[in-house]
Design a protein. Structure first.
Length: 79
């Protein structure tokens, strides 16, 4: 079901990205529930994809940009 797919994506992302793993370790569960962390992460990722792939402006100011590109990937700590 959806929960299995969600867990598989989350696990794969944590294995693939040590920075994301560190941010998650700092935030979950001390400041955020697991579901909230991933909801915010994927919402930020969706905004970046919409803007970069489809050229759609995202809501809010978003991360700093340089020359039309992201300066850094979305930071779940700042969302």
């Amino acid at each position: 079901g959806d929960d299995t797919s969600f867990a598989e994506w989350a696990g794969a992302l944590l294995e693939w990205n040590p920075q994301l793993r560190q941010v998650r370790y700092r935030l979950v569960p001390a400041r955020l529930k697991e579901e909230v962390f991933w909801s915010r992460y994927f919402a930020g990722l969706r905004q970046v994809v919409q803007r970069e792939v489809f050229g759609e402006p995202s809501a809010g100011s978003g991360p700093a940009r340089q020359g039309g590109r992201e300066a850094h990937p979305p930071d779940p700590d700042g969302i």
